[in-house]
Structure formats: C-alpha cells, structure tokens
Design a protein around this ligand. Structure first.
Ligand code: FMN
Length: 415
C-alpha cells in the first residue's frame, strides 16, 4: 500500500523553554504559554453600566484552562463608570463577584490559574456610557475620532482628575483587587497599557498636568506607582502584575521618549520594597499596534525616536525600540517579565530561550485555539482567527466558544 509522502508539520515545542515550569509570584506554572487579556464584549447586561459574567463566559474561560497554565481575563471595570464599552464585565457588584466565581472555579477545576485584569478607561469612556457624567483623565485632552457610541470624543473632552480623585481611584484599584480574590482569582493584573487611565498619566503627550502628578517623568509615574503599591498591600505583592505598553499609539498616546521614561518606571518598580513590588511586569512589544501593521509600526517608531533618546547606557544602540532593556532593569528586582504582541510558534520559544522574557502572552492565537498550549507542545496545526467576531457576534457563541479543539484526522487508506 503506497502512502502519500508525508509533509512535515510544524515542529513540536515540547522540549523548548516554553514548556519549562515557572514560578510566578505564588503560582507554580507548568509552562509559559499564557492567555492574553482579551476584551470580547459578551458579558450580560444587568443594568446601566453593569455587565456581569455569564455562563457563556464561564464556558469560554474553561475551554482555555489547562493544567498549570496561566490566563488573564479581559479588562474588567474596577468601579461603576470605569468602563467605556458595552458587554465588558466589572468587578464591583455582588452579582459580578458571583459571576466571576463560576469562571475561577471552572478554571481551577482544570488545574489552571487565572488573574483578573483590572482597568479604568479614563478619557476612553464616552459620556453616554457614564450616565451623562464627564469622563476623567490626567488632563483635558480628548482622543481624536469617535467613541463606540458614535459620539466624537472631542465633544465630551475629559476633565482632569483632582488630587482627591486620584487618591480615591487608587483606592478603587486596591478594593477591586480584594473583590477579585473574593471571586476566587489567583491575583490581578493592573491594566497600565494601551492608552487607558494609567497610561494617560504615563504618556507625556496626554498628561499635561502641572502639579505633582504631571510634568517630569517622576511625577507622571506617581499615580501608576501608587496604584501598584496600594494593590500589592491590599492582596499581597505576589498576587499582582501590571501591564505596560511604552510604544503604544492606540487611543492617541505617543510618548516623546518611551525608552527613557519606561526605564525610569521599571527602575522604580524594581526597587520597591518586597511588600509593594509586583510579581511581574507584562509588556507589549513595539511591533504590535491596533491599527498599523508590523512594518508600518516599526517605521513610525524609527522615524519618531530621535537618535539620542536611548535609555542612556541601558539601551542597545542597534535597536532603540526593544523591551529587552526594561526586562533587564526589572530582573534586578526579581520582577518576572511577560512579553506580548505578535508572538507565534516560530518566535515565542526563542524569546524565552534568550532570557528576554519569562513567559509569552498569546492574544489572537489563544482566542482561536482553546487548546493552544497542547497545539504548540505537540506541533499541531492552528485554527485561524476571525477578526469579525473579536468584539461580539450574533449569536455571541460565534467566534467565542465555537473554535474547535484539535481532532486528529482519520487516516485514509490508499490515499
Ligand atoms: C479582541 C482583542 C481584545 C483585546 N483586549 C485587550 C484587553 O482587554 N486588555 C489588554 O490589555 N489588551 C487587550 N488586547 C491586546 C492583546 O492582549 C494583545 O496584546 C494583542 O492581541 C497582541 O497580541 P497577539 O499578537 O498575540 O494577538 C486585545 C486584543 C484583541 C485582538
């Protein structure tokens, strides 16, 4: 019986650094293929601005759970009106806590671990979504373009937060973290990336304050560092991570010197006392952009970064836009480093092997492959993702819980 010549499939990665165990805070992970925070806009509406995790969400997270694996939830509102989008869950009402408890129980029943990504959207929150209240941010600069509700952001510019509001929002982050533990989460990831509230303090094209929370980088990092410290003190620093995106352009952020400014922030994080120092920092690669493709993003960054703006001695002259210097600074404080953005089966293992990250965060591939760690471990083909169902679909299961698990194809004799 003549068999067809076998076409070599993708190489199994089971012996690569991706499948070595990792201690992350108090968790002992079996491998380093982690699920990205992914807003999917499929939580159930309970009332105005309150969306609750439902059975469909339980199924989605359970499908992607695996023994010793690490998952991040979609961005989750820390308080009423922290959000900017319909279908995005919160962690502030009793119903949300019990909805999430079903999710965390399901993940734990499969031997997995899950952190809740907690956010405040700041100026990305349209007024119609906030019961008419004006959105707040570091300054009064609106995002250009339209919000999801169809209104122009510039028609509802944000109001700069008062110092009291900054302090109360810091407390809200810490309180949300406590509620996340009540809901059974293993910890929280503070969303300090992608142009949302914390990032609106970090990026110098957005933060135009003249008080102790704006101006010099030391001041722009004050609120993010206070949130980190308060959250660590609330639930234990070994249960806390933060996501950052120095090179982010999304939501109109464009810092004048990301290398220098985020190096400062990382140095501050690395030198925090142990009780306030997060277990990990999770960063988005410069190449990833919500709108531009990889080449266009790298070209834009190269054109924008002036030659003398490296992270002083830390930066590599060869590639001024890289996460590696930040990783090295954080390693001095024993802070683990998770990298995201454009990873696939060809480039992920190398990133860990070269010690440029401790673990890799997969977004779109994880979304479309509920059994992604197994597929990478064994060299199995991947399902393609469908962009049209990223942010909701009709019915909501479509592109959410209906991506198939890998099934071996029956062998056809005589083929
Ligand atoms: C549908 C979708 C939703 C996302 N939602 C979030 C989110 O809630 N929080 C966040 O920090 N990043 C979010 N991101 C960014 C991803 O976490 C990730 O950084 C990005 O997809 C790049 O990784 P990838 O190349 O592996 O997809 C989202 C991305 C996508 C595609």
């Amino acid at each position: 019986m003549a068999g067809a010549p076998s076409v070599p499939g993708p190489a199994p990665l089971k012996d690569s650094a991706l499948f070595k165990p990792l201690k992350l805070g108090r968790l002992e992970l079996d491998h380093r293929v982690c699920q990205a925070p992914l807003t999917r806009m499929r939580a159930r509406k309970e009332s105005d601005g309150i969306f609750v995790p439902c059975d469909l969400n339980v199924e989605y997270y359970k499908q992607r759970a695996n023994r010793g694996g690490f998952q991040l939830t979609e961005a989750t509102d820390i308080c009423h009106y922290a959000g900017g989008y319909p279908g995005v869950p919160g962690i502030f009402s009793p119903s949300q806590i019990s909805g999430w408890k079903k999710v965390t129980d399901a993940v734990h029943s499969k031997g997995g671990f899950i952190f809740c990504q907690i956010w405040h959207t700041g100026r990305a929150s349209p007024t119609s979504f906030r019961n008419g209240q004006q959105p707040t941010s570091s300054s009064n600069i609106p995002i250009t373009g339209k919000a999801l509700d169809g209104t122009e952001y510039s028609n509802n510019p944000p109001r700069p937060m008062t110092i009291d509001e900054i302090h109360s929002t810091t407390k809200e982050f810490a309180a949300a973290a406590k509620r996340a533990l009540e809901a059974g989460f293993d910890g929280v990831e503070i969303h300090g990336a992608n142009g949302y509230l914390i990032d609106q303090f970090l990026h110098d094209n957005v933060n135009r304050r003249t008080d102790s929370y704006g101006g010099f980088v030391e001041n722009r990092c004050r609120f993010p560092l206070e949130v980190i410290k308060a959250t660590c003190e609330a639930i234990g620093s070994d249960r806390v991570g933060i996501r950052l995106s120095p090179y982010n352009y999304f939501q109109d952020t464009k810092d004048s010197n990301p290398n220098k400014h985020w190096a400062y922030l990382c140095a501050q994080i690395a030198s925090l006392p142990e009780t306030q120092r997060p277990a990990y920092v999770h960063m988005v690669e410069p190449r990833f952009d919500e709108v531009l493709d990889e080449q266009a993003k790298m070209d834009a960054l190269a054109a924008y970064t002036s030659p003398e703006s490296g992270v002083e001695a830390e930066a590599t002259v060869k590639n001024p836009n890289s996460l590696v210097p930040f990783r090295r600074i954080l390693a001095r404080g024993g802070v683990k480093f998770l990298a995201a953005g454009g990873f696939n089966r060809d480039n992920a293992a190398l990133k860990v092997e070269t010690d440029d990250a401790d673990a890799i965060i997969f977004g779109r591939w994880y979304l479309a492959n509920p059994d992604l760690p197994k597929r990478l471990r064994e060299g199995l083909p991947l399902n393609q993702y469908d962009r049209s169902t990223f942010y909701g679909a009709n019915p909501p299961e479509k592109g959410y819980t209906d991506y198939p698990f890998f099934e071996p194809q029956p062998i056809v004799n005589g083929a």
